[in-house]
Design a protein around this ligand. Sequence first.
Ligand code: RP5
Length: 190
Amino acid sequence: MASTKKPLVGIIMGSSSDSKVMHSAAMILDEFGVNHEDQIVSAHRTPTRLEEYARHAESQGFKVIIAGAGGSAHLPGMVASHTIIPVIGVPIMVYNDKGNSDRFKFSAFGGLDSLLSISEMPTGSPVVTVGVNKAANAGLYAVKILANESSELRKKLKQYKADQHRSVLKESEEMRRLGLARFANKRLKK
Ligand code: RP5
């Protein structure tokens, strides 16, 4: 993100293939004008880099870390064990499609493996998790944490909620006007 302000959120992921999911977190942060720094840190391929990243996260000025990983997904928990900064985990279902976009590999348990791995951190080193592939929610949750110290972000979050409300009313009015069958057909064609 082109800005001179220091990043408040560190986004990391275990593999370049995770970027397909993780970019949604970046998009939300961009929408709210929150600076973030994005990197690949693999818990099993670059364990020393993981430790270094987590140890320096505080001095970098990060207030929240968003960590996405698939499979056994130990990245969020390991980062949390090295820092006091809150870590939001993103369990990732699809991975390892590097170099061939037609060949997707799915985690053996459809993301449940990663979800449980992140949520079941032992007492004392907590990590919160969003749903499988829900990187956008991780972005939103990071904004909510930062909003505790920012009236500007609180205002933007309220506006975001008001926009959601309005968009449902608009769709509902269209459904009422067209009838369910025509409404659904129209959406299928989109
Ligand atoms: C996880 O395993 C990564 O987060 C990725 O989702 C998956 C595949 O990783 P690599 O095979 O690219 O190391 O650690």
